[in-house]
Design a protein around this ligand. Structure first.
Ligand SMILES: NC(=O)c1ccc[n+]([C@@H]2O[C@H](COP(=O)([O-])OP(=O)(O)OC[C@H]3O[C@@H](n4cnc5c(N)ncnc54)[C@H](O)[C@@H]3O)[C@@H](O)[C@H]2O)c1
Ligand SMILES: [Zn+2]
Length: 337
């Protein structure tokens, strides 16, 4: 079979390797599609060389079909369409208080351990979520980022009729906007990249480019001074952190979705003055995956419009280079077969 490996130094190679039997408690998946996520691009850029054991097969946004089932695996059969929830929480401890998805010794499969960018992939059976037989496997490859969005919106306790501002209209921001709209919220996206502004508008979203328009004044006006009930910070930059507390109305919630690798300055006076709540949201739990799967299955939101490109697995190097050259694209999928 063909597998890809990240070799360091912005290089992927395609190798031949033998198909392995799944160990007890594992399944083998014939991988259909793998999405390239911002984290994978960070790996490609060498920003995670300390964490990724080079050479490593990466990839965690995927869909596929069960190809073999190891001993002791129940309720999963060859031919089942599936996605993987790439969290290995087996080192969970008492001190994690049962909150397994962010337990201290969590391993993120596809970063800390081998990932999906190969034709066949063996994973622990507990990571599997089954799909309906009619599910489109291209769309299903977006289950993982959609589950992030479902988790973020759930953590925000967003209610029908509330106003949500999503700072950053990348893949995650767009998916949050979609899920928030389904909850019956009025959604405003803030995005500085004009190509992405255009994509978000194609989905019918209200989008403000804060480099061209005063977003605080805009949100103030459309909410009759109430401002946002929930602000999702999904841009990951200081200007967005600066504006998040300004956009939040009295007793509003700010949800931190972006990964800020470095400490940033935050206007804590605004938190005190308006009794704001800051909510961290990291990955997803089982129920978020189930919600994402049901949204993918019904596809009332038109997820196919998020797919900018599909390339064969063997063109992995070109796929990452193309993402560097066109940062406005939303989702590139690798076709693993
Ligand atoms: N919480 C989690 O578990 C989780 C999971 C996946 C991704 N993330 C993080 O979420 C963030 C978003 O992910 P993504 O893949 O959509 O990233 P992305 O970089 O593609 O999207 C960020 C967007 O913000 C826009 N932006 C930059 N400055 C802005 C500003 N001042 N105002 C408004 N928009 C601005 C960019 O143009 C870009 O489109 C990243 O930080 C990522 O690491 C978190
Ligand atoms: Zn991802």
């Amino acid at each position: 079979m063909k597998a890809t490996v990240y070799e360091g130094n912005k290089t992927f190679s395609v190798i031949e390797k033998s198909i392995e039997e799944p160990a007890a408690g594992e399944v083998r998946i014939k991988v259909a599609f793998v999405g390239i996520c911002g984290t994978d691009v960070h790996v490609y850029h060498g920003n995670m060389d300390k964490r990724v054991q080079i050479p490593q097969t990466i990839g965690h946004e995927m869909s596929g079909v069960i190809d073999a089932v190891g001993a002791e695996v129940k309720d999963i059969a060859v031919g089942d369409k599936v996605v993987v929830r790439p969290l290995d929480d087996r080192l969970q401890q008492e001190s994690d208080k049962g909150i397994s998805h962010i337990c201290e010794k969590l391993k993120f499969i596809g970063v800390d351990t081998p990932g999906a960018m190969q034709q066949y992939w063996n994973v622990p059976a507990f990571t599997i979520h089954k799909l309906k037989a009619e599910t489109d496997l291209k769309l299903a490859a977006m289950t993982e980022p959609l589950a992030v969005a479902c988790h973020d919106v759930r953590m925000s306790e967003l209610k029908k009729g509330e106003t949500a501002v999503v700072l950053g209209g990348g893949p995650i921001g767009l998916l949050i906007a979609m899920v928030a709209t389904l909850k019956g919220a009025q959604v405003i996206i803030s995005e500085v990249n004009e190509a992405r502004v255009a994509i978000a508008r194609e989905f019918g979203f209200t989008v403000v480019n804060p480099a061209q328009e005063d977003i605080i004044a805009y949100v103030q006006e459309v909410t009759a001074g109430r401002k946002a009930d929930v602000v999702f910070e999904v841009a990951g930059v200081q200007p967005s952190v600066d504006v998040m507390t300004k956009l939040a109305g009295i007793r509003s919630r700010v949800v931190m979705v972006a990964i800020h690798a470095q400490p940033k300055s935050v206007n804590l006076f605004d938190f005190f003055w308006k009794e704001l709540k800051l909510i961290g949201a990291r990955v997803y739990e089982k129920e978020d995956y189930e919600e994402a799967i049901s949204l993918i299955t019904s596809n009332t939101l038109g997820f196919e419009k998020l797919i900018s490109e599909v390339r064969p697995l063997s063109a992995i190097q070109e796929a990452f280079e193309a993402i560097d050259n066109n940062p406005a694209g939303i989702k590139t999928l690798l076709d693993c077969q």
